[in-house]
Design a protein around this ligand. Structure first.
Ligand code: G6P
Length: 587
């Protein structure tokens, strides 16, 4: 996690760094900082808190100099304090660094450096990088060589950028298992964790490979391998529409992204026919099929499993990305592993697919971020086409995953895909539940617990509804199979407990309705999400009638809105929930 950006410009760099930082703030937002170099001095401004507040208080954008690096943090090692915020400098302030990742051997390195007289100012693992580079630079007097020598000593994951007091015309960077991209401009060049950091200025991007080092000036980009040999790589062009990141008239990105879904489900359905056919053929030809993902994407994975098994008669194992390695006994050369991800950078997921590849499996992915590590390391990728998702809680990327999963299964079984306009119209109709949902959010905002239940195809939606509620409202929420209630959780239901019952018409409808009755008899306030009203529901949220495969998309809308409006009622920031980050690039 953490977002990094570095830039070498031909005029003041700090305002550009600040704009870039705000665009990668989704990667972590507990502290932030900027370092620039000018007149042979490295100047650092950093603090705990949100970027806007730090800018207001200390003026990150006022630092002078044309070369600089910046960071937005999601704490791993060391608390959320001003000192632990990046950039970190070496003892003599000759080198400053920003880092994303985890240095696993930092204690050992720290001990060695301390023995040589280095004094540490923070509790982070990252600070060792600054000291290591300074020590190497002192010997070799060459920024690239020093960066390589330091990088070679690091174990773990890293993407870092370094600034040198006596080489103000350049920055260096290196990566291993954490993303690092180069933005190639005309009068300025960038290093960053994400293309969003520099897309306003250039769409020409170079994706660094693992264990590569880069040197960037305002007119040149040079890439090296860990032996110092030059690597030639041409920039690729990324889509400009990424630059459209305004909230428009919405109070939050999350709300905007929820409301974008009538459009984004349609763009997700626009898949290249040949690629889709190839994807489907790979699944058809596989001896075994595995699905893996994390967080909300995992819930989309559960839905994919259901459909593959029920509709296409293809047996499928679905495993949380972080658990994959421990459950990969049967993954082999005849397997296909389908990875789902918004960011394509989730560390657990990348580890899972690397494990799968090691065992000879083919990796197919559904991913939103086109140039992401997952997209580049997969054998075949279908893009979600839903545009950048800024809100930390996944919304439109989830519904995009569901419709792409549906396309895959529909193609496998040779059934007709739903028509785009029809799907968009139904999503629009589901959005009209917003006033009812808002009222429910107002009524239950003070509750300490929420439960979500569903059966069969609607069970993953109970998990997703609970996850959204936890992430955004900070209310304890549990999602479960409706059948499981009576095996324990019913003991927690008391007068007034809100329980969301996800229950559209279909084969599980009657049984789930009985569970709703059982809940009501014990005092629960039953919030029904369905196309069919019932007297058992204390509140009824209507979604349009649709064929089963589309119901998760329609159920997702009120579930997302409920979490969003509860967060707003509680005065939480729904775009940046506490303790979380959008892209979890550490294990
Ligand atoms: C983080 C985000 C979640 C997301 C999960 C998986 O935890 O906060 O919203 O579902 O990562 O992310 P991915 O990018 O792999 O879908």
């Amino acid at each position: 996690m953490c977002g990094i950006i570095g830039c070498v410009n031909d005029e003041a760099v700090a305002p550009i760094l600040l704009r870039g930082l705000k665009r990668v703030e989704y990667r972590g937002y507990d502290s932030a900082g900027v370092a620039t170099v000018s007149e042979s001095v490295i100047r650092v401004t950093k603090a705990a808190g949100r970027i806007d507040d730090i800018e207001r208080k200390y003026g990150l954008s006022t630092l002078t100099g044309t070369t600089g690096i910046a960071h937005t943090r999601w704490a791993t090692h060391g608390g959320v304090t001003d000192r632990n915020a990046h950039p970190h400098t070496s003892c003599r302030e000759r080198v400053a660094i920003v880092h994303n990742g985890i240095i696993e051997n930092y204690l050992e390195l720290k001990k060695q450096l301390r023995a040589k007289g280095h004094i540490f100012k923070s509790e982070t693992d990252s600070e060792v990088i600054a000291h290591l580079i300074e020590a190497e630079y002192h010997q070799v007097k060459d920024p690239v060589k020093a960066t390589i020598l330091a990088a070679k000593k690091l174990k773990g994951q890293y993407a870092f950028a370094a600034l040198f007091q006596d080489a103000p015309e350049l920055i260096t960077g290196a990566r291993k298992d954490a993303p690092l991209l180069i933005g190639v401009g005309d009068t300025k060049n960038f290093i960053a964790s994400d293309v969003l950091a520099f897309i306003e200025y250039t769409d020409r991007t170079i994706f660094l490979d693992n264990q590569e080092v880069v040197k960037v000036t305002n007119r040149s980009v040079e890439i090296f391998d860990m032996n110092g040999r030059s690597v030639k790589r041409k920039p690729t062009q990324v889509a400009w529409e990424l630059a459209d990141l305004s909230k428009m008239d919405y109070a939050h990105y999350t709300l905007k992204e929820i409301h974008e879904q009538p459009k984004t489900v349609v763009s997700a359905m626009m898949q290249n026919e040949e690629k889709l056919a190839e994807f489907v053929e790979k699944i058809r030809g596989a001896r075994s099929v595995f699905v893996t993902a994390a967080g909300t994407s995992y819930h989309a994975g559960l839905l994919l499993k259901y459909r593959l098994e029920r509709d296409a008669a293809i047996r499928c194992e679905v495993t949380l990305a972080g658990e994959f390695r421990e459950h990969s006994e049967f993954v082999d050369g005849g397997s296909v592993v389908i990875a789902l991800s918004q960011s394509g950078e989730t560390a657990d997921l990348l580890e899972a697919i690397r494990e799968a590849k090691k065992k000879g499996a083919k990796v197919l992915s559904l991913v939103n971020a086109a140039g992401s590590t997952l997209a580049r390391e997969s054998d075949l990728t279908l893009l979600l086409n839903c545009g950048p998702e800024v809100g930390v809680a996944a919304t439109k990327s989830f519904t995009a995953q569901v419709v792409v999963a549906n396309l895959i299964v529909d193609n496998l079984v040779g059934s007709r895909n739903g028509r785009g306009e029809e799907v968009a119209r139904m999503v629009e109709e589901a959005l009209s539940s917003e006033p009812t949902v808002k009222e429910i959010a107002r009524m239950y905002r003070e509750r300490s617990d929420f439960y979500f239940i569903g059966r069969g195809y609607h069970y993953p939606m109970a998990l997703e509804g609970a996850l959204k509620m936890k992430e955004l409202s900070y209310i304890h929420a549990e999602g479960m199979a409706a059948s499981e209630l009576k095996h324990g959780t019913l003991a927690l239901i008391e007068d007034g407990t809100p329980v969301v019952v996800i229950n559209p018409r279909g084969e599980t409808h009657a049984d789930t309705l009985s569970n709703a009755e059982e809940l009501k008899a014990r005092g629960a306030r039953v919030i029904g999400i369905s196309d069919e009203p019932s007297e058992v529901y204390t509140h009824f949220i209507k979604i349009p009638r649709a064929k089963e495969s589309l119901t998760p998309v329609l159920e997702a809308i009120p579930l997302q809105l409920m979490a969003y409006w509860t967060a707003v009622e509680k005065r939480n920031d729904p775009d940046y929930p506490r303790n979380l980050a959008k892209s979890v690039t550490v294990k």
